[in-house]
Design a protein around this ligand. Structure first.
Ligand code: SF4
Ligand code: SF4
Length: 371
């Protein structure tokens, strides 16, 4: 497993976590088996939306004997299971009861992440802020029962409203190529520019993203239903999400341990297998000339990490001081570019990288390197 650090916390979370396990109702043992499989592969980040309430017990069983500090849980304030299956509410008393019960079933004293659950409308946001839920969650944080506050949403503007509170450290957001480039489906809220700006704003604010719907509800994996009329692989979808600013972990929802292993195969996949450059073929007019940080253009003869240099530059330009600092810590910087244009020949998005490297070097006031 590869791990990334929560900016406002320093805990390290695996780049692949576990989303909902969609188990067959007659076979609850599958949930336990999937969670154990996750743990044995270094997964340490778990989303706690389940299909039916009894699944919480299966998680608790799988975690038995594992130190609590070895795994992180994101709990959803608003998800309820009053008659067994998943449901949701904005009623504060019902939320309080549900969270207490879930924590008891999970045998945990605290939630690593406490998320306001699935807010996509401004009206819901106002309700949460005015009718006690946010205050309740802040109180739980003060009492050490929540380590980090956050929210889950599909709507960039709602996430911005939470960013404006200055109190969140993490958020769950839907990130995939279909939502970013094809505006495909009801959860694809905001155009590409808006969504992309949001990723930058989260990174600048030190707010990490855990990713839901990394495969666009599996549509991206099947050419018959893909909005691009071609299929991408799980490896390509995961790499795409992990390349967006602020993203720390991708949480695929799976029906069983075998599906989880397919997602975890990402960790052993080659660069070619993770390369999503064919996105350029299916979205030519939207992406032309824009660096998407895919690193398809590597290797650079000067050893430059072209994707990362471009990502830090874009973030620095919108005021992200930390990204500017990260840039300064890179071993190879833009001024080392020898203008060979090797990358330009390989870039499927036709980015004029040589000119961009000059621009980046100027921005960071770098002296030309003696060649
Ligand atoms: S220059 Fe092109 S190939 Fe290289 S990282 Fe950017 S978009 Fe990808
Ligand atoms: S043009 Fe610059 S960045 Fe691109 S491959 Fe050549 S040296 Fe590397």
């Amino acid at each position: 497993m590869r791990y990334r650090e929560i900016p406002h916390g320093k805990e390290k979370v695996g780049v692949i976590g576990l989303g909902t396990v969609y188990y067959h109702h007659s076979d609850l043992t599958e949930v336990e088996r999937t969670v154990r499989t996750a743990l044995s592969h270094g997964v340490n980040y778990f989303d706690m939306i389940v299909e039916r309430e009894e699944a919480f017990l299966s998680y608790a069983k799988a975690w038995e004997g594992v130190p609590r500090s070895a795994y992180a849980i994101q709990m959803h304030f608003g998800a309820v299971y009053e008659n067994g299956p998943y449901g949701w509410t904005r009623d504060l008393d019902r939320i309080k009861g549900a969270i207490q019960k879930q924590m008891q079933m999970l045998k945990i004293e605290y939630a690593d992440m406490g998320y306001v659950h699935c807010i996509d409308e401004e009206e819901d946001f106002r309700h949460v802020m005015r009718h006690g839920l946010w205050d309740y969650m802040k109180g739980m944080k003060a009492d050490g029962k929540i380590r980090h506050l956050g929210c889950s949403t599909h709507n960039p503007d709602i996430l911005r409203r939470f960013l404006d509170t200055g109190l969140i450290d993490m958020a769950m957001f839907s990130v995939n190529m279909a939502y970013d480039y094809a505006s495909d489906g009801p959860y694809a809220i905001g155009n590409r520019e808006n969504r992309y700006r949001l990723y930058q704003e989260c990174e600048s604010a030190g707010v990490g993203l855990s990713v839901m719907k990394p495969f666009g509800g599996r549509r991206l994996l099947d050419e018959r239903i893909s909005p691009f009329h071609c299929a991408f692989t799980t490896n390509q979808c995961i790499q795409y999400a992990l390349d967006r600013p602020a993203v720390l972990t991708v949480l695929p929802g799976v029906p069983n341990a075998e599906y989880l292993k397919r997602a975890l195969a990402f960790l052993e996949a080659s660069e070619e297998e993770r390369d999503y450059a064919k996105l350029a073929d299916v979205t030519p007019e939207k992406i032309e000339g824009t660096c998407v940080y895919c690193n398809h253009c590597l290797p650079c003869p000067k050893g430059l990490n072209i994707g990362l240099i471009n990502k830090y530059y874009d973030l620095a330009r919108v005021g992200d001081a930390l990204a500017a600092q990260h840039y300064q810590n890179l071993e190879g910087k833009a001024n080392a570019c020898v203008a060979c244009k090797h990358c330009e020949k390989r870039c499927p998005f036709h980015v004029k990288q040589e000119a961009r490297m000059k621009e980046i070097a100027q921005y960071f006031k770098e002296e030309p390197v003696q060649r």
